[in-house]
Write a protein that binds this ligand. Sequence first.
Ligand SMILES: Nc1nc2c(ncn2[C@@H]2O[C@H](COP(=O)(O)OP(=O)(O)OP(=O)(O)O)[C@@H](O)[C@H]2O)c(=O)[nH]1
Ligand SMILES: [Mg+2]
Length: 312
Amino acid sequence: MDVTQGVLAGDTRAIARAITWVENGDSRGAELIRCVYGSTGRAYIVGLTGSPGAGKSTLVARLAGLLAAKGHKVGILAVDPSSPFSGGAILGDRVRMFDVALARNVYIRSMGTRGATGGLNRTTRLAVRILDAAGFDWILVETVGAGQSEVDVHDVAYTTVVVMAPGMGDDIQAMKAGIMEIGDLFVINKADREGADRAATQIESILQLSMATGWHPPVLKVSAEQNTGVDRVIEAIEQHRSYLVQSGQLDVLKVRMAKLDVLEILKARLVDMTKTQLDRPAVQAELNKVVNRQSDPYTLADSIFEQSWRKT
Ligand SMILES: Nc1nc2c(ncn2[C@@H]2O[C@H](COP(=O)(O)OP(=O)(O)OP(=O)(O)O)[C@@H](O)[C@H]2O)c(=O)[nH]1
Ligand SMILES: [Mg+2]
């Protein structure tokens, strides 16, 4: 069985290979995406973001457990730009800790900047497509909060869950980082601790200032550790999903996602192309002029840009 067939059959070793290919910018990855893209578009993609240590991985493990118990196949991507391995490892431990029996229906992969040729955004998008093609009907993507990661999870997901914890200064940080705009629902995790009510009230009052119509993001108090309120999170995600379907927003999002898929590939190509141009011997003389201040970076960039486009 080749890797493409393996992915379509949901074989975890094939999935792992395929994701490594797209991470490495291997041409076999591109070929695979071409072959399997027609089988994608079925999964429901949920993004989870929030400050470090808010309990995202613990919540993801709980959500995956509940979804798997309902018979779903759940793919998890833990995107951690700082450390390529630890995020997924910790998350993996958590999932195993909660329910070994369900592990068969849950696939976890961590992704870091290392090895992510062409950027983490592009790699994350393509990895989601691979999991989608592999038949995971739910895909959960964990990233650290807006502004702290190069990956904008709401560009990948249909529903974005912002995870906060009481007493972490999250409230102030949230407003700064513009995280309030991207949340379709807000989870105040660690509700077993003091301050959860206050945090929830604060978030609700900020949300009330919003002019948004249609969907009003719920604020839920959860203890991922003690497994309380997690079912409410699934319910809220389902409600948001229904809202997107009924309002026609899901179709709008799907067009946006397709555009972004193309954009990320184009961006990676342009970067490659431009780097090749910069390394051409003919450009070295021009570059020296920039070094000697006889020219400037804009002038050289203009000339390289024109030449690249004329050639292609
Ligand atoms: N008291 C309490 N602790 C929790 C809860 N959920 C998670 N924790 C703890 O908080 C710590 C961080 O949890 P993680 O799930 O790793 O948090 P995270 O947001 O994924 O962290 P990063 O990926 O490193 O940003 C761990 O020690 C958890 O055991 C909760 O509901 N209550
Ligand atoms: Mg984590």
